[in-house]
Design a protein around this ligand. Structure first.
Ligand code: NAP
Ligand code: MG
Length: 512
């Protein structure tokens, strides 16, 4: 069968007005750090985009001091409605500069422009609009008549959704009246620097948001700093565990958004066309660099062959390549290190006896690439069924009964998300209650909304981001005891206080 070829349709990077070198953003200004500089590259071409400052512990100290001053003198004294005006202004500026932000994110991260343009950047604006609306309504957040901000928030974010994770962190913190020092991931600092320019455009008072770029050591200096009141971390479970240990015994409040190994459960009565698209979106969206990715497909045994055949046919039509091309479905892997990890785990899958299938994609000569891959004949004991691969790799397992599906879905140390595909509403509701996952999507997957809380069970972390619950992570209840389900976990033992408190299941979304 002959296929029509797509002509290249690249978005032009000429819209960007990048500097050759970016400093740290402290007290409203770009300043030179005292550390070395490092290059940020395009993972699709390995070309250098700009050089980025590496904040030292001393620089982090200056940033925290600026955030403290801004908190004491300005932000904690400002009315909620005035804080809200700044957040609305930031949201509008994100919209105005949306195209530029999308291009910069695709260039620096490697994700397709179709996603940055249609998902990441619109959600960033939506997050600021949503929390702007809360800034003058905090007494209705369910935390008593006069909830108080915590103070200075130290925030550390990963590279998979650089600007979106920044928005998830900064928008609720500012709405609740906190000031912020945030550290972007080393490989993806560029859009945080453009965001700093937006803060200047918005005339946000100096010191309310400070951005310190650099490696893990910079993050460590930030989260262990004595003068921060709150630590919010999104990243790997290993680093999250280390931070929990470092913060334990202090007065700092802590929320952790960590890894996942979500089950996407397909029953034989599922709407099959949608289910195939949902499986693809579940694991191949953002090259599978998604903490809540549907990386374990649990398919009912009698439809296994049909689902796999249709999935392979669909994957064969995906286009991998230039992230700036509007036709691209699968972009570049974010870094050489992540590519290595995906390769190693995939090789383990093969050596442990699972059957590997890879879409026939042309791999560009430069850059970091991994073609969409499916493993069948996977057993629950295989490493690829247990460990987070964080790449475009799907592990397929089968089940016969709903009880078996639940048992297999919950057979993981993680508990961030899950998906159910079935025509029966009653089955969805029955399953949702038994899945140990913070977010459960039904007949859809990877949908995000600022009004909907997001977060994990077990090793996927604790605390919620988004919605009213997301405010609770940045507020102290006052004059009233908040219900346990609303108060964010404070420094806690290894289970995050989970034994004492059953977290609210955060989402039961049904596609309209
Ligand atoms: P990571 O290595 O834990 O890094 C996350 C962030 O922490 C980065 O900014 C990193 O800096 C920094 N960091 C590293 N070591 C640190 C330390 N000792 N103290 C303080 N900060 C430190 O994770 P990653 O590989 O970048 O991200 C992938 C992971 O994030 C996956 O496991 C994924 O599931 C998880 N994730 C979870 C969510 C969620 O909402 N639950 C969302 C997205 C991603 P460098 O970049 O310089 O290393
Ligand atoms: Mg980069």
């Amino acid at each position: 069968m002959a296929f029509l070829e797509y002509a290249a349709a690249p978005e032009s990077a000429s819209i960007l007005n990048l500097k050759a070198q970016y400093g740290l953003f402290i007290d409203g200004e770009f300043v030179d750090g005292h550390g070395d500089v490092f290059d940020t590259i395009s993972p699709a071409t390995e070309e250098v985009i700009a050089s980025i400052a590496q904040a030292t512990a001393g620089d982090v100290d200056v940033a925290v001091a600026a955030a403290r001053r801004a908190y004491d003198r300005v932000w904690s004294r400002m009315s909620g409605s005035d804080r809200g005006k700044y957040l609305f202004r930031i949201a509008r500026l994100v919209q105005e500069r949306a195209r530029e932000l999308a291009v910069a994110e695709s260039l620096d991260n490697g994700k397709p422009i179709r996603e940055t343009r249609d998902v990441d950047v619109p959600l960033v604006a939506a997050w600021f609009f949503y929390y702007a609306g809360w800034a003058d309504k905090l007494e209705h957040a369910g935390l008593g008549p006069n909830p108080r901000a915590l103070g200075v928030a130290a925030q550390v974010i990963p590279w998979n959704f650089p600007l979106l994770m920044l928005a998830w962190k900064i928008a609720p913190a500012l709405a609740a009246g906190n000031t912020v020092v945030i550290k972007p991931a080393e490989t993806t600092s560029l859009t945080a620097m453009l965001f700093a320019e937006i803060l200047q455009q918005a005339d946000l008072p100096a010191g309310v948001v400070n951005i310190v770029t650099g490696p893990g050591a910079t993050g460590q200096a930030l989260v262990t700093h004595d003068d921060v009141n709150k630590v919010a971390f999104t990243g790997s479970t290993n680093v999250g565990r280390m931070i929990a240990r470092q913060v334990a015994g202090t007065q700092k409040r802590l929320t952790l958004e960590l890894g996942g190994k979500a089950a996407n459960i397909v029953f034989d009565d599922a709407p099959m066309d949608q289910a195939i698209e949902g499986i693809v979106n579940g694991i191949f969206f953002n090259q599978g660099h998604v903490c809540c990715a549907g990386s374990r497909l649990l398919v009912q045994e009698n439809v296994h062959d049909e689902v796999i055949d249709r999935l392979k046919a669909r994957l064969s039509t995906l286009r991998m390549g230039d992230p700036l091309d509007k036709n691209t479905d699968i972009g570049a892997i974010n870094s050489a290190a992540q590519l290595e990890r995906i390769r190693t785990l995939s090789d383990t899958g093969e050596s442990e006896g699972a059957e590997r299938w890879t879409a026939d994609c042309r791999i560009p000569e430069k850059g970091f690439w991994f073609a969409p891959t499916i493993f069948t004949k996977v057993s629950a004991a295989h490493a690829i069924a247990r460990e987070e691969i964080f790449g475009p790799v799907l592990s397929v397992l089968t089940f016969r009964t709903p009880a078996e599906a639940i048992a297999k879905a919950n057979n993981t140390p993680y508990g961030l998300s899950a998906g159910i595909w079935t025509e029966k509403g009653s089955r969805m509701l029955a399953l949702v209650d038994q899945l140990r996952a913070g977010v459960v999507w039904a007949n859809t997957f990877n949908r995000f909304d600022p009004a909907s809380p997001f977060g994990g069970y077990k090793e996927s972390g604790y605390g919620r981001e988004g919605g009213r619950h997301g405010l609770a992570a940045y507020l102290e209840a006052s004059g009233w005891d908040a219900p346990a389900s609303l108060s964010a976990a404070s420094t806690t033992p290894s289970d995050g206080g989970r034994a004492a408190r059953k977290p609210a299941k955060t989402r039961k979304a049904v596609a309209k």
